[in-house]
Design a protein around this ligand. Sequence first.
Ligand code: NAD
Length: 355
Amino acid sequence: MKIAVLPGDGIGTEIVAEAVKVLKVLDLPLEMETALVGGAAYEAHGHPLPESTLKLAMASDAVLFGAVGDWKYDKLDRPLRPEQAILGLRKNMGLFANFRPAICYEQLVGASSLKPELISGLDILIIRELTGDIYFGQPRGRRIATDGHFPGAEEAFDTMRYSRPEIERIAHVAFQAAQKRSKRVTSVDKNNVLETSQLWKDVMIEVAQQYPDVALDHMLVDNAAMQLVKAPKAFDVLVTGNMFGDILSDEASMLTGSIGMLPSASLNAQGQGLYEPSHGSAPDIAGKGIANPLATILSVAMMLRFSLNQEAAALRIEAAVQKVLQQGLRTGDIYSEGTTRVSTVQMGDAVARAL
Ligand code: NAD
């Protein structure tokens, strides 16, 4: 089983080191190869996604990705910015289905900004379409300036587009995921205003005919944003487009206490996947050794489950994370009085020991 390890920038290198530590304890026949991506790759090779990194990722069974980005690259021409690396990997590998489970661990109920009764027992799955929508439409309005800024622009636009096959395939993913859970799907769109969303809703209804055992309902994205903080447990599987999913999954992450706890998997039609925490490179805390590595470690569990067919090992990692939380160990982002504050490395060591 071959894993491409792409730590990236900022806290990416710190958290991926802990995830690799955990993987090594499992003693599975894994071959891991590391490559540069994002700002680190730009510094070394002049491009955020060098050909060699892309080739390694495409030839692997799974990619373990940290995070990319730093404010210092904001002035670069957009195709050279670190964030383009993740978009390029998604597009080239055809990673159209993004799974973001938002699970509230009982030990972290107090770390959420919501009342305990609202989030205790929370277990929802956000499925975000990842290769269409406005992020891959046609941008206009800023390409005249070479430094990526266009202060004199009078107008700028990005086109939002979806095709029927793109919506169909993510709909199947959502209905099949719901069949393994509570058999409910909420499709989120903005069909009262957007044609793209009307197509999204129509196709969802059509595909639902093939899954009579799954109940489908629809919600406008503004209402979904509100309901997620009002009554999050009312959701089970939530499926939505690329941009709405980007925003709603970050919102959902805070229900669980910290974005540092939220793993994600991005899969293509062949089951090949890219696994990364839902958060970014956190330049504000990079290099301080305080980042929470658990989202990345839990992403490794998803990797073992979805791409490497190692369910038992995935369950072991998830149980080990539960155990360290039970022991009261907390990085700063999930710390509360009465618990023990630990560093990134100490948290990784604790999970490895628990394994
Ligand atoms: P961010 O997710 O990096 O950070 C948001 C906040 O959460 C910060 O206060 C940060 O300190 C905190 N945080 C994030 N992860 C944490 C962790 N593991 N432990 C503790 N605290 C954590 O988002 P941002 O600040 O908006 O963006 C920073 C950079 O990351 C930007 O360049 C952005 O483009 C990039 N980014 C990359 C990805 C990716 O690589 N897939 C995703 C989102 C943002």
